[in-house]
Design a protein around this ligand. Structure first.
Ligand SMILES: [Zn+2]
Length: 479
């Protein structure tokens, strides 16, 4: 047991009974005394446990970076099988699938520099899916766009972008929900094909992130209809983007040199690692809790998503150790190849569609937003199940968690299943500083606060036990 110091207030109050004085409406769902005892015992145990922290330490130390399709990701699967087996899970297995392999090449350090008017080095990193420069590198004039929308609106009838480097400067704003990400991310996902179609030699973007540190954020580019980029595309750090912006504002012609050996390298294998606690009464009914095992290659993937691996694995293990089997099966899925396009999640969902077990997936959720505390419980379930979730939320109030809405998403790797009709819950984490570290060399284990992680596990054990040890259905129209 690790000694937890400087506990936040929400961890100092442990409520083991119903909150007194609560007004109960007629449609209030009530858990029986035995269930209340079980979930508060689990919560108490979780708040004292460092298991999630230790699992994440093990993954990020013994494996480190684990880019999809590489030998590092294969080692992570071996690690996961050994870890899950050692913890006592049942039916531990790997479900392999194929993917197109993209790697950065020989080094995580790629060359980028301003050559004119003021020669100097830039901190940059290729985006996933980007192409290599010629061996000797590439040097071109920069065309500056304040925003992705400006690129879309640009009149290129005179081939103004031919042979040029397109630079896009959209900034991202930090929020607790991370909601600024989608908008800011359009340039990372889509700028390359708009630039390539207009004859550009390459793309540079301000990193999609909120850090002012001098490192760049990588991340995957979109592949419309499986298309592969023929031009290099790199993100520069925010301070380097500021530098480019200042030079652009001076009116001088800006030239940049790039050198990278990034590119697609044929087909490779990845896989999803699965482990279970078999249900006592309805083993065919599945509650799926997930995280993703792969990470970007530049950090050690501690927040994205080593923390999620630790949190859901620890939650299931604490339930197992409580000595009582839930009614339904709890399935832990550690997805492969999330970062490069939810390849593992799609393979998992397609396999369930093919084998007819999709409808057995009662509800699911993924932990994939760092290691900060959970502050909100969202759901996306049939109306009839809302009182159940409202009652669950009442039991989570000692953790400082608010009740959100019924339009939640279950996390990226749940999207394909959610799209196919599986109900989901969202245990929303504080993402205020998540995009300081996201997809950077600074996504490392030291960023995790043990007490915050323990609070996560407490919420996850309560959620997981309640949905697994009930005969409540969550699909719309299935009450
Ligand atoms: Zn992630």
């Amino acid at each position: 047991m690790r000694v937890l110091t400087a506990l936040p207030v929400f961890l100092l109050t442990t409520v083991t009974a119903l909150i007194p004085g609560l007004t109960l409406a007629d449609d209030t769902y009530r858990f029986d005394e035995q269930t209340l005892q079980a979930i508060h015992d689990l919560s108490d145990t979780a708040l004292e446990s460092d298991l999630a922290y230790e699992i994440t330490r093990s993954l990020t130390t013994e494996i480190g970076p684990r880019l999809a399709g590489t030998a590092q990701e294969a080692r992570a699967r071996e690690w996961a099988v050994a870890k899950l087996t050692g913890l006592g899970f049942e039916n531990v297995r790997v479900e392999p699938f194929d993917l197109d392999l993209w790697t950065r090449g020989t080094s995580v350090i790629e060359e980028a520099a301003i050559t004119a008017p003021y020669p100097q080095h830039l901190h940059a990193i290729s985006l996933g899916g980007a192409a290599a420069t010629p061996d000797e590198g590439l040097e071109a004039e920069v065309v500056f766009f304040s925003s992705f929308d400006d690129l879309l609106a640009f009149d290129d009838s005179d081939d103004a972008l031919a042979g040029k480097l397109v630079f896009i400067n959209d900034r991202m704003v930090a929020t607790r929900t991370g909601e600024g990400y989608g908008w800011a991310n359009r340039k990372r996902q889509k700028a390359w094909f708009h630039a390539e179609d207009r004859g550009a030699a390459g793309v540079l973007i301000r990193s999609v992130g909120t850090s002012s540190n001098r490192f760049a954020h990588t991340g995957m580019m979109s592949r419309p209809e499986g298309r592969k980029a023929k031009i290099p595309a790199l993100a520069v750090s925010a301070p380097d983007a500021d530098q480019i912006e200042r030079i652009h504002e001076s009116g001088e012609t800006l030239r940049v040199r790039l050198k990278t050996s990034a590119g697609w390298r044929g087909e490779a294998t990845s896989g999803n690692v699965i482990a279970e606690i078999t249900g006592a009464e309805a083993p065919e009914e599945i509650v799926i809790i997930g995280a993703h095992l792969d990470s970007w290659d530049n950090g050690t993937g501690a927040l994205d998503d080593g923390a999620g691996v630790g949190i859901v694995t620890a939650a299931a293990k604490l339930i197992m150790d409580a000595g009582q089997r839930p009614r339904r099966t709890i399935r832990v899925v550690l997805f492969g190849a999330e970062e490069v396009g939810l390849i593992g999640a799609r393979a998992y969902a397609q396999a369930r569609k093919d084998d007819g077990t999709l409808a057995n997936h009662v509800i699911g959720s993924e932990s994939d937003f760092g290691a900060r505390e959970i502050w909100r419980l969202n759901s996306n379930v049939g109306e009839h199940a809302l009182p159940f979730f409202d009652a669950m939320h009442v039991q989570m109030q000692h953790l400082g968690i608010t009740r959100g809405n019924n339009e939640g998403n279950g996390g990226p790797d749940m999207y394909p299943l959610q799209y196919m009709g599986m109900p989901v819950a969202g245990l929303d984490q504080n993402g205020e500083d998540y995009f300081e570290f996201h997809h950077t060399p600074n996504d490392t284990f030291d960023k995790i606060v043990p007490a915050e992680m323990a609070q996560n596990v407490a919420a996850w054990v309560m959620f997981t036990w309640l949905v697994a040890d009930t005969d409540m259905t969550f699909r719309p129209g299935m009450e």
